[in-house]
Design a protein around this ligand. Sequence first.
Ligand code: AMP
Ligand code: ZN
Length: 115
Amino acid sequence: MYDENCIFCKIAKGEIPSTKLYEDDNCVIIKDLNPQAPVHLLLIPKDHYANICEMSDDQAKTLAACVKNLSNHVDEFGLQDGFRLVSNKGENGCQSVNHLHIHILGGEKLSDTMC
Ligand code: AMP
Ligand code: ZN
């Protein structure tokens, strides 16, 4: 599904510019505009759904394949020493864009206070 009011739908379609490091039929991986770590990427499924509570079984399978595929790009993205995956949901999770996305953080030893 495409939501015309959603910034990540527009990014996934190329209607809003982004630094796209990877793209396939199911997802894109872009650089976060406001990086919180030396490497801060966003894995964004092309299909619009807000979070895992709204995802279908098919969307779950597709997202799992996208995450698995990340393992093929670890060196290329500068994540060979490790990384963290985070997906914020809702108000308490501080989600600001209501299109599911997974933050990919790395490039240095990350804080262990919230992991
Ligand atoms: P969250 O707060 O978990 O919903 O994360 C949203 C993330 O999207 C934040 O880290 C923002 O910096 C990032 N972001 C928002 N707009 C853009 C954009 N146009 N291009 C790249 N990253 C963005
Ligand atoms: Zn969307």
